[in-house]
Ligand binder design. Structure first.
Ligand SMILES: *Cc1c(COP(=O)(O)O)cnc(C)c1O
Length: 221
């Protein structure tokens, strides 16, 4: 089992990237477990990973029940259908895919506490990606005023599926600029300090451009 080694390598490269760009803060590693089962999840946990991410409701519920550790934080990172909100909203610690008002309304209806949410922003031009368009993010976040169950902790994106890293950099920078604009609104319910960006192929570049949370899957296995 190389998982322990892979986790160590990713953690070391996160630290190295942070220090190379003169950052004194930290980055949270969310291990995406959609590809794996119990054995790998246990190995991740035993390697010190405490933040786990899933992108589908059924797999998430299964993963949470089989890992069954109290000190684990669960991140829901995939598109969430409104009708499935009630199944997951009280089981997760972070939602990375708040992308429409109708979803906020369902969360408000079913959540028993304030949910930490990332607003997903569509920084790519691909039709397949969801998210609020960059020009509408401020307006959308203002619309969330009065939702007692929603706290906007940050923004999230999924970059264009291309090996051209300049495109990824452009999209990370755009997300970071929008985050700064949201912060300037000074909203109690939207401190928006975090940037959830970067996956296996580009997490180092994401950190160089301000990521505070990286969602990493395939390179761990
Ligand atoms: C699968 C997935 C990831 C992880 O992708 P890898 O390339 O395997 O690291 C990150 N974010 C989201 C939203 C995902 O669905």
């Amino acid at each position: 089992m190389e998982i322990n080694e892979n986790v160590k390598n990713v953690q070391a490269s996160i630290s190295q990237t942070l220090s190379q760009c003169g950052r004194s803060d930290s980055v949270k590693l969310v291990a995406v477990t959609k590809y794996v089962g119990e054995v790998e999840m246990e190995a991740l946990y035993n390697s010190g990973v405490k933040s786990f991410g899933e992108n589908r409701v059924e797999k998430f519920l299964k993963s949470k029940s089989i890992l069954g550790k109290p000190d684990v934080e669960w991140h829901f990172i995939g598109a969430l259908q409104s009708k499935k909100v009630k199944k997951v909203v009280n089981e997760i610690d972070f939602l990375h895919s708040l992308d429409r008002l109708s979803l906020a309304i369902e969360i408000e209806k079913y959540s028993s506490r304030v949910l930490n949410c990332f607003v997903q922003v569509k920084t790519s031009n691909e039709d397949s990606k969801s998210g609020i368009s960059p020009s509408r993010v401020l307006e959308f976040i203002k619309e969330l005023e009065g939702f007692k169950k929603i706290k906007v902790v940050g923004l999230m994106n999924i970059t264009t599926n291309t090996s051209d890293m300049n495109k990824h950099i452009e999209e990370f920078r755009l997300l970071s600029l929008i985050r700064d604009e949201v912060q300037r609104l000074n909203l109690d319910y939207a401190p928006c300090r975090e940037l959830s960006m970067g996956m296996s192929a580009d997490y180092k570049i994401a950190i160089q451009n301000g990521a505070t949370v990286v969602r990493v899957g395939s390179i761990l296995y």
